[in-house]
Design a protein around this ligand. Structure first.
Ligand code: 3PG
Length: 212
């Protein structure tokens, strides 16, 4: 699978904080019903890994990533649970090496040109840009494309609806992410209809700005 091409096609990655793994499959179904074919389940909650395992076991047609991976010792557990890619808020050599050994694609987090260069040197070209709104948003992506065109980015953090066209206009965007479609509270409340409605609304904005 060409992960960058797949993410570009999907355009949007919902960042998930989930408290009960039993909610993972209905959540994924709600997202799919709204036109979203990817999830990033973060390890910020105890239930994260079990949620990934449940989605992988369900056979639902969704690209499943694991987020908030910060330590090398988490990598094998993520692979075992069925994660197809990993996302980190930052980058360490140890994490990069562990993901390479495990054959797990990693999107390391970067916010400065030097961090991007370090990640590129380590062999990672698909990067996370976090927290995007604080570090310059789409203008940062546009600016970094000049000197470092080989890097592509998944920005997350504070991305609002009105920012979407700007991000989608960046040639170095893989996909953008947020917690706006499937917030922790909506998932805990099992409000699948609202999640599907938010997914449809967001994907309509994406389609209007970039045909998918
Ligand atoms: C992330 O982990 O990528 C962010 O917390 C998601 O950002 P948001 O909650 O501001 O959308």
């Amino acid at each position: 699978m060409d992960l960058n091409a797949t993410l570009r096609k999907l355009s949007y990655v919902p960042v998930i904080e989930i408290d009960d793994a039993a909610n993972a499959v209905p959540l994924t179904e709600a997202l799919l019903a709204g036109g979203i074919g990817c999830i990033e389940v973060t390890l910020r909650t105890e239930a994260g890994l079990a949620a990934i395992r449940a989605v992988a076991k369900s056979g639902l047609p969704v690209l499943t990533g694991v987020g908030t991976v910060t330590r090398a010792d988490q990598v094998l557990m993520c692979v075992d649970a069925g994660a197809q890619f990993a996302v980190s808020p930052g980058f360490t050599e140890a994490l990069g090496a562990a993901c390479r050994r495990a054959n797990l694609p990693l999107l390391p987090g970067t916010v400065t040109p030097s961090e991007v260069m370090i990640a590129l040197d380590a062999g990672f070209t698909m990067l996370k840009f976090f927290p995007a709104s604080i570090y310059g948003g789409a203008a940062w992506l546009k600016a970094i494309h000049g000197p470092l065109p080989q890097a592509t980015f998944c920005p997350t953090g504070g991305i609002r609806d009105e920012d979407i066209p700007g991000y989608l206009a960046c040639p170095n965007l893989s996909a953008f992410g947020s917690s706006a479609v499937a917030s922790r509270a909506l998932i805990a409340a099992k409000n699948w209809d609202e999640i599907t409605a938010r997914a449809k609304k967001l994907m309509a904005m994406v389609c209007a700005a970039r045909p998918v």
